[in-house]
Design a protein around this ligand. Structure first.
Ligand SMILES: [Zn+2]
Length: 421
């Protein structure tokens, strides 16, 4: 197998041009969450050319029930088909699932030096919305498998190439694929971790706090109750909660991250005109939590802070603010460092790059939590870099790191799935 590994490393390098071309084709098909169809059908075509059995389907809301805390934000997925290609092994090996999400966040209005869909290359950088997060990962998944096929390698275990929708809006695509029965003995999600190996993924959930006041003319403030002022009490309390979380919530694999588990208010809506006492304010925020905690624990923490703040205020005691969990929830997940799949990936990282990987917790929420908790698949997040460009203007990926990701994946496939001699 060591000999095949060395040839595979070279073959992936040889396929760098094709990898770049495919990544540009993916970026040229804008796939903002909810509009992934064109890019997904292109990827399905690639998988068909590889000789996979390809399954393309529209997720259904009831598929997501495998995650009892899923927060629905759509009722139909006609422009968001999921895609899975299965390459059957010869038998007797372990299976490997290579997952990736096709959806990207909107480009934003300003600051792009070139079109976000151009995929232009400058030196080692390939630019575009989704370049790093995570079309590079999808391209690396494909090239890893293709390179082995180019060499005539026949794997014993099945390989599943999965391209999902709606990760950015809460992971409906991966949940649907699990529901449809796509499971494996190991999985990799090549999110842009900057080549760090992450067997642990944080949980992320959104919330909304609705604060009620009493409307009045601003000339008669004594007749009203100002919802903005009341919201201010809650804003201060959530800020205090954040500082406490950052100080107290630790995890051994998150030592590198100053604020892994935190709460952030991202949107404040309320009031109409300066001459009115406002009667309603809505605060929206995001909370991240450790894989050692359940989502129920995380929810309780915020609900308690809101409840205590309200209890200390005469008006809010009678008119309690309402907490809702809405729109987005990616569960946390964790695989033991001693698990054979984690060891196999780390070993092949060394084979490909000549040094041991950094093993840390994922800096963001990912679909790995669902694969681990609801698919019962040992899953590692590992992909190209840098990890700092997603969601920003001029997002780019470092092409060398995409090639290296594909090399690590190719070698991992050989070990994990086994090779038919
Ligand atoms: Zn991502």
């Amino acid at each position: 197998v060591e000999n095949i590994k060395q040839r595979s490393l070279k073959q992936v390098e040889k396929n760098r041009g094709e990898l770049t071309k495919i990544l540009r084709e993916l970026i040229a098909r804008p796939s903002i969450s909810g509009e992934e169809k064109e890019a997904q059908l292109y990827y399905a075509g690639l998988l068909e050319d590889l000789g996979c059995q390809v399954d393309v389907w529209e997720p259904k809301p009831e598929d997501m029930l495998i995650n009892p805390n899923f927060l629905a934000n759509r009722d139909q997925y006609s422009d968001s088909p999921d895609v899975v290609g299965v390459l059957k092994g010869s038998g007797g090996g372990q299976s490997l699932l290579l997952n990736g999400h096709m959806d990207v966040v909107p480009p934003g209005a300003i600051d792009w030096l070139q079109s976000p869909w151009s995929g232009h290359v400058e030196g080692n950088r390939l630019y575009g919305r989704g370049a790093a997060d995570m079309k590079a990962g999808l391209a690396a998944n494909y090239i890893a498998v293709k390179s082995l096929l180019d060499l005539g390698v026949r794997l014993k275990g099945d390989v599943l190439l999965e391209s999902v929708v709606c990760e950015k809006t809460g992971g409906a695509g991966t949940l649907s694929a699990i529901h449809r029965g796509y499971r494996a003995d190991g999985a990799v999600v090549p999110e842009p971790t900057g080549m760090q190996v992450c067997p642990v993924s944080m949980g992320v959930i959104w919330f909304k706090i609705t604060v009620t006041g009493k409307a009045a003319h601003a000339a008669t403030t004594h007749l009203g109750v100002n919802a903005i002022t009341k919201a201010g009490l809650l804003i201060a309390a959530v800020d205090q909660m954040n500082r406490q979380m950052v100080a107290e919530k630790k995890h051994p694999l998150y030592g590198y991250h100053p604020t892994p588990f935190s709460v952030n208010l991202g949107v404040v809506t309320g009031g109409a005109i300066p001459t009115s006492v406002p009667d309603k304010v809505v605060l929206e925020g995001r909370m991240s939590f450790s894989p050692d905690e359940t989502v129920a624990d995380a929810k309780k923490l915020l609900e308690a802070v809101v409840h205590e703040t309200a209890a200390a205020d005469e008006w809010m005691r009678e008119h309690p603010p309402e907490v809702e969990w809405f729109g987005f929830f990616l569960d946390s997940g964790s695989v033991d460092l001693s698990h054979p799949f984690v060891k196999t990936l780390c070993h092949n990282y060394e084979t490909a790059l000549g040094r041991a990987p950094q093993v840390v917790g994922s800096p963001f929420g990912t679909d790995a939590g669902s694969l681990i908790r609801y698919g019962h698949i040992p899953t590692v997040i590992f992909g190209p870099g840098p990890s700092s460009t997603p969601h920003k203007a001029n997002e780019y990926v470092d092409l060398d790191s995409v090639v290296q990701t594909a090399q690590v994946l190719a070698c991992t496939l050989l070990d994990w799935c086994g090779v038919e001699e």
